[in-house]
Design a binder for this molecule. Sequence first.
Ligand code: TXE
Length: 500
Amino acid sequence: MDGEPDLWIGGSWRHASDGGTRDIINPAHGGVAAVVDEATPDDASAAVAAARAAFDDGAWRATPVTERAALLERVADLLQRDKESLARLETTDTGKTLAESRIDIDDVTSVFRYYAKLVGAEADRVVDVGDAAVISRVVREPIGVCVLIAPWNYPLLQMSWKVAPALAAGCTMVAKPSEVTPLSTIAFAHLLEEAGVPPGVVNLVQGSGATLGAALTDDPDVDFISFTGGLATGRTIAKTAATHVTKVALELGGKNPHIVFADIGGPGDRDSGWDAAVDHVLTGVFLHSGQVCSAGTRLIVEESIADDFVAAVAARAEKITMGDGMDAASETGPLVSEQHRDKVESYVRLGISEGARLVTGGARPDDPAMADGYFYLPTIFDHCDRSMRIVTEETFGPILTVERFTTEAEAIALGNDTEYGLAAGVRTSDTARGERVVRALRHGTVWLNDFGYYTAAAEWGGFGKSGNGRELGPTGLAEYQEIKHIWHNTAPGAAGWFKG
Ligand code: TXE
C-alpha cells in the first residue's frame, strides 16, 4: 500500500511482476484512498505454486490440530488488537459506516474463534464392519490448495469465512480480495504473518477479476475454489473449474423476499409487531445501502395493510441519515463505486419504464456535501409484479420493490418465485402460520419475526442460483476437507476369491 509491497507470496512481500498498481477510491468523496500493487497472471501462478509447495511439503497439514487451533486464536486476538484501524480501512474502502465496520471485525474475530474450537473437537468416525480384526475408520484430511475469491461488500468478513476454515482444516491457499476493496485484506495478511502462519500457507494477490481471477481459477494445481460474488462471474468460474474437475463452492447473492402478514397488528401498536416489522423491513433493505447479498429487497405484504405499511416504511426511509461512513451521525453510506451507482440508477430507470410506482427516492441526494461521493437515496417501488426485472434481478442497491398478496399460499408462491434462494423473512403473530411458511420457503436462511442475523455456528448459503455449498458451521469446515476411509486389517490373510 502506498509504495510498500502488497503481494504476499511464499512468505515474502513483493510488488507486482510488471510493477503495475491500482488506485483505490474512497466512495464517500471519490478521492484516491491508497495505491496498491496490481498482481499479474504471472503473480497468480507464483502464488498457486507457493501454496502447492507448502501443501505438498506436508508440514502444515501435519501440524497438530491443537497448534492450528492456537494459531487461529492468535489471529483472533490480533484482529481485536487492531479492530479500530481495520474498521477504518473497511469504511474508507467500502463506504459503510464505522459502526458497521466495527461489527464486521468482531464477526471476523468470532469466525476464527469458532473454527479454532470446532476443529479441535473433531473426531474420526469408527465404522463397525463386523470383523473384529478390522479397524475401519473415516478420517478428514485437508482438500489441498484453495483459491479464495471475495467481493467488495463485506471484504474482510467474506474472506474470513474462507480463510478461517481453510487454515483450521490444514489447507494452503491463495486469497484474492475484490480489486475495489483490498485494503483490509492486505492489513489482515500482515496479521496472519505476525500470528505465525508458515510461509506459503496463505498467499495474497489482488487485482482484476477478469485477468488475475481468471488465471487463479484456471490453474490446474488448485484443488478447491471458494467464490462469493455475482451470478455471472460464478457461472464463468464454475465452467472454468469444470475443465480441471476442481471442486467449487459459490455464494452468488439473492433476491430475498420479506413477507409481512396483516396479523402483525396496526400502526403505532408496538406490542403487536407493526413497528418492529416496519423497522426490520427498512433495515433489511437499506442497511449498507442495500449492498448485502441477503438484503430483503422484495417486500411481499398482505393487501389489506399494504397501503399503510408501505407508507410507514417510506416515511422512515425518508428520515435515514446518509453521509460519509466516518461521520458518527451517518446511518448509511454511499454505494461502493461510480460504476455500481450507474448500475443502480439504470435499474431505477428500468423500474419506472416497467410501470412500477415510485413511492420515494429514485434520485441522488441533493446535499452538496455528498456531491462527489456515490450516494443514492433509499428508493421504494410499489405495485410491482413478477414480470418486472427490478423484481427478479439483483439490483444490489437501496431499492425496495413491493408486491401484494391475499392468501398464505400466494405469499409462499411469491416468496419462492425467484431463481435465487439465499434468504427470506416472515413476519406474523400467528406462530403456527409462521412455522408453516418458513418450512415452505426454499431459501438457505429464513428469519421468522427477525431479519438479517447470522452466527458463525450456523451454515450460510443458498438454494437455486444463489449458489452451492455452505459457509460457516460444521459444513463450512467440511468444504475444506476430503473424507478418507481407512480399512486396517490387523490379522491379514488372503482374499480367497480366485481359486487357481
Ligand atoms: O462482482 P464479481 P461485481 C453481485 C451484485 C453485483 C454483481 C456484480 O449483484 O451488482 O454481483 O458485482 C472476482 N474469475 N454481487 O462485478 O465480478 C472479482 O475480482 C475469477 C453479489 O463486483 O462477481 C471479485 O474479487 N474471479 C455478491 C469477485 O470476483 C473473478 C457480492 C466478485 O466480483 C472474475 C458482490 C473471473 N472471471 C456482488 N471476475 C454477494 N454474493 O454477496 C470477477 N472476479
